[in-house]
Write a protein that binds this ligand. Structure first.
Ligand code: ADP
Ligand code: NI
Length: 218
């Protein structure tokens, strides 16, 4: 097996090229942020840094939102990529398991992670959907899908299945109630739960101000 640092560098280059033209909030810089925050959390939580970094780098390599709903493609690509680098089987399986379990699947769907490494990467991914960056990503995603920002008659939905969540066509403001405001209380690690508080508050203030401006009341 080639050295871990080389594997990480090659994986970074691979992901950068694959995600370079994305304008939906899943670009390389999302991966960069998730990678950095994952490292920070992993050190606090004593998680395996190699597994955490590989999973952070590969977690959105083929997101189901851009594969026509196929949520297995990312796992297949990651498996093939890690095999081509000669990564040991147990590490490869661990990374692929994290990629398979990580994503948000609707308000009513539990998404438990099976290892501390998975918990760390899921927390880092979810932190990047919150706060200032989270707000920006939500509108970037909504715009890329041609969604309305807001419609006063359109109410948020509580999705009880992943299938229902996948079919969702709602406004970007509804997405705050369908996902973003629920993330703070779903953090796996204490470190991430603390970081989530500030980001949650910022989103609350943003929505309050958005609604005031919507009605021209301030
Ligand atoms: P992550 O990359 O954190 O797993 P997702 O892949 O679910 O998150 O979504 C990527 C970004 O796009 C996130 O910031 C997310 O909140 C946003 N997003 C996903 N679905 C919607 C939606 N229906 N409307 C607005 N933003 C969305
Ligand atoms: Ni992500």
């Amino acid at each position: 097996m080639i050295h871990q640092e080389q594997i990480l560098q090659k994986t970074k280059d691979f992901v950068k090229i694959r995600l370079q033209n994305d304008a939906s909030g899943h670009d390389w810089w999302h991966i960069y942020r998730v990678w950095k925050v994952s490292l920070l959390l992993a050190k606090e939580e004593n998680a395996n840094l190699f597994v955490v970094q590989l999973a952070a780098l590969l977690h959105d390599i083929a997101d189901w939102k851009f594969t026509g709903g196929d949520d297995q493609m990312g796992i297949a690509i990651s498996d093939e990529w890690l095999s081509s680098l000669g990564v040991e089987n147990d590490i490869k399986q661990h990374v692929c398991r994290i990629i398979s379990d990580i994503s948000y699947k609707g308000a009513g769907v539990a998404t438990p992670m099976k290892s501390i490494e998975g918990m760390v990467v899921q927390d880092a991914d979810r932190l990047d959907a919150m706060g200032a960056i989270g707000i920006a990503r939500a509108f970037a995603y909504g715009g890329s899908k041609g969604r309305e920002m807001h419609h006063p008659d359109s109410k948020p939905l509580i999705h009880e299945t992943f299938e229902a969540y996948k079919k969702n066509q709602g406004t970007t403001i509804n997405h705050f109630y369908e996902k973003l405001f629920l993330l703070r209380d779903r953090m796996n690690t204490k470190t991430a739960a603390n970081l989530a508080k500030k980001r949650h508050k910022l989103m609350e203030d943003f929505i309050t101000q958005f609604m005031l401006e919507w009605e021209g009341t301030t």
